[in-house]
Design a protein around this ligand. Structure first.
Ligand code: E4P
Length: 214
């Protein structure tokens, strides 16, 4: 399983990339709205100048025609832009049109296996099932990852599964075990992945022993 970072914040993206473990970026309108004094397009230029992997940029239009127009404009910013489209009939019409033009897509707001299968059949490059938001309503978001992974394997579907709405490190481990190709992870959770109390304690003990040499 690869890691993407789920943010539109440049400092977080720079720091995460300097760690050498992150392969791409996902943004959404809520994450972009947190970034003040910069246009969406300029932020995408900054991100794609730094990140060679997939950078998801979400369309705002709700009709297929509007999504296709917006998506083409966003895709023209850099060759590694992936157009993020919501899971609706119009969204899938747009995904189908993008796939015919070789534009990569990420179908977002996936909450069922059937939605993932439809998106894959429309030609989606990625599907993004939202683990945390399903957990929030008392469902098991990770079970959805397993189900989609099983269906895609049975039917030899090449669409990749991005485990999204990741809230804590256990989500990351479980998404990997259940067959997600990618987890898109907030910066705070990436930091948490590094930590273990025994690692910190071990470093402290090694240093203390080293400094006690006579
Ligand atoms: C996915 O691409 C979304 O940007 C994201 O993972 C949503 O997460 P949230 O449910 O924490 O807002």
């Amino acid at each position: 399983m690869k890691f993407f970072i789920d943010t539109a914040n440049m400092e977080e993206i720079k720091e995460a990339f300097s760690l050498g473990v992150v392969a791409g970026v996902t943004t959404n309108p809520s994450l972009v709205a947190k970034e003040k004094n910069v246009s969406f397009e300029d932020r995408l230029r900054e991100i794609t100048a730094l990140v060679p992997g997939s950078v998801s940029a979400e369309v705002i239009a709700l009709d297929a025609e509007g999504m296709i127009k917006e998506g083409k404009e966003l895709a023209a910013i850099a060759p590694n832009i992936t157009i993020k489209v919501p899971m609706t009939p119009d969204g899938l019409k747009a995904v189908h049109a993008f796939s015919k033009e070789g534009i990569k897509t990420n179908v977002t707001l996936i909450f069922s296996a059937n939605q993932a299968l439809l998106a894959a059949r429309a030609g989606a490059t990625y599907v993004s099932p939202f683990v945390g938001r399903l957990d929030d309503i008392g469902h098991n978001g990770l079970d959805l990852i397993s189900t989609i992974a099983e269906i895609f394997a049975i039917h030899d579907i090449s669409t990749e599964i991005i485990a999204a709405s990741i809230r804590h490190p256990q989500h990351v481990t479980d998404a990997a075990l259940r067959g997600a190709h990618i987890a898109t992870v907030p910066y705070k959770v990436i930091q948490q992945l590094f930590n273990h109390p025994l690692t910190a304690k071990g470093i402290e003990a090694f240093l203390a022993d080293w400094n006690s040499r006579s």
